[in-house]
Design a binder for this molecule. Structure first.
Ligand code: GLV
Ligand code: MN
Ligand code: MN
Length: 461
């Protein structure tokens, strides 16, 4: 492989992340959610960077961006996914996927997700001329990992892998269902391609829009099980462990399972000045009591983290006793059985609070994903790569969720964590040093070389 200017490449990754962070749905803070105007713009920007790296790009129905490296031995980049699919297993069409997500939480930092996508593009650029991998690279920027819109994590990667089910489209927020959002996006695509194809003007859009498909049929995924030889994701650690140990990178061993619920508490609106406290059915007090119990659950079940992060109060007026509260509950643990036991305890507590306070209570399990163990061969190879680049091969589990959880259902998956300042994430001050980006890039490339050599033997090409 020709000499690589690692520093310049790391600086480019850092600068691109700054540029990406300027694209937001909320002025003054970084927020990008599924299929939002900022997501569309950010996807377009990253698409351009992928093309500069020699990747052939496309987006799918849910806004996932994918860039395919040419299969050099085919001498062509014109193969479509369908052609790849029809060729099936064991052909030269097998791919190695590197990715992460382009959506963010509300008022986010710029490294969560974006780092893995932009660094992945750099990896593809490095490998496009030089080391011959026995598979073609594919880089993905997933459109919804955080689940801000519908509280459901991994919508992007699930759709990409063909793992979304029709019933998943019924999940909804105050603006409507996922199905509706996807139908609107589909209509916009029909309109814009009609404008291009027919040479129409934007003024004629309403007539064209009428011809958009009235129904939404769930398309199949972009990738399928036998196509992928592996998935690799670089991500900021989002916690304090690497910084505490003075290490730039760490190899991820496993990813915690998580359950996301929606709780609806129903009380009765009443006058805040005249209704004696003993006669009230205050939904917010019930919800608040329950939120405190989540802290108790974390002491009872070591290793558990439980969070009430989103809360809506109705009617939300200062002189009215709260009649309705809807809130989220996020519960995570490395051991699925502990998470299940903690949830059972929390549900019991909630029922008791509701009974004591004469409140109605409904709970909806919005999403559940079991914990995932990273592929042992990936762990070994990543640890060896980290050791050779940084002198250390530290391994740690992830408390956060990642798209690797979904991809691990299709192929071996592994992750590399990069140290972040003060262990801070899901916060605008999230920060990764450019020197650490450089070491992560070196480690990732060393890992890809090692995995490629091994795959060469297995595939025998
Ligand atoms: C994603 O950041 C998650 O772990 O919720
Ligand atoms: Mn993330
Ligand atoms: Mn995140």
């Amino acid at each position: 492989m020709a000499t690589i200017d690692w520093k310049a490449r790391a600086e480019r990754v850092s600068q691109r992340l700054e540029r990406l962070a300027e694209i937001t749905d909320e002025p003054g803070k970084l927020t990008r959610t599924l299929l939002s105007p900022a997501m569309v713009e950010a996807t377009r920007l990253v698409d351009g960077w992928m093309q500069e790296a020699g990747l052939q790009t496309s987006t799918d129905f849910i806004g996932n961006l994918v860039g395919r490296a040419p299969d050099l031995r085919q001498g062509s980049i014109s193969q479509t996914p369908d052609v790849e699919r029809s060729r099936g297993r064991g052909t030269k069409r097998r791919r190695f996927l590197i990715g992460s997500h382009l959506d963010t939480v509300r008022d986010a930092g710029r490294f969560d997700g974006g780092l893995g996508v932009v660094l992945g593009i750099e990896i593809a650029d490095i490998f496009r001329s030089g080391f011959d991998l026995p598979f073609a690279l594919m880089i993905a920027g997933f459109s919804d990992e955080e689940g801000v819109s519908f509280q459901t994590a991994y919508l992007g990667s699930r759709a990409f892998c063909g793992l979304l089910r029709p019933e998943d489209l019924e999940v909804s927020n105050r603006e409507g269902s996922l199905r509706q959002l996807l139908m609107d996006a589909q209509a916009r695509r029909v309109v814009s391609s009609a404008i291009v194809r027919l040479g129409r003007t934007t003024a004629e859009v309403p007539q064209i829009e009428m011809k958009a498909e009235p129904e939404f049929r769930l398309p199949r995924g972009t990738v399928y099980r036998d196509q992928l030889v592996g998935y690799f994701e670089v991500h900021i650690e989002q916690g304090p462990i690497l910084e505490d140990r003075n290490l730039p990178v760490g190899v991820v061993t496993a990813i915690a399972g998580q359950s996301r619920f929606r709780f609806n508490w129903n009380g009765k609106a009443a006058h805040a000045g005249t209704t004696p406290v003993a006669l009230r059915k205050d939904a917010l007090l019930g919800a608040a009591r329950f939120a405190l119990q989540t802290e108790d659950a974390c002491s009872r079940f070591p290793g558990l983290v439980a969070t009430v992060g989103e809360l809506n109060v109705g009617p939300n007026v200062s002189n009215v006793v709260p009649a309705r509260v809807t809130h989220s509950l996020d519960v995570r643990h490395q051991e699925d059985s502990v998470r299940a036991a903690a949830i059972a305890w929390l549900c019991q507590e909630a029922d008791q609070i509701a009974a004591e306070r004469k409140l109605g209570l409904e709970r909806l399990l919005v999403q559940e994903t079991p914990s995932v163990v990273c592929d042992p061969d990936f762990i070994t190879r990543l640890a060896a790569a980290a050791k050779s680049v940084t002198g250390d091969s530290f391994q740690l589990p992830s408390g956060a969720g990642h798209d690797a959880v979904v991809l691990s259902q299709l192929c071996p998956a592994g992750m590399l964590f990069v140290r972040c300042r003060d262990g801070l994430s899901h916060h605008p001050d999230e920060f990764v040093e450019v020197d650490d980006i450089e070491l992560a890039l070196r480690t990732a490339v060393r890992f890809m070389e090692s995995f490629g050599r091994q795959a060469q033997k297995v595939i025998g090409e």
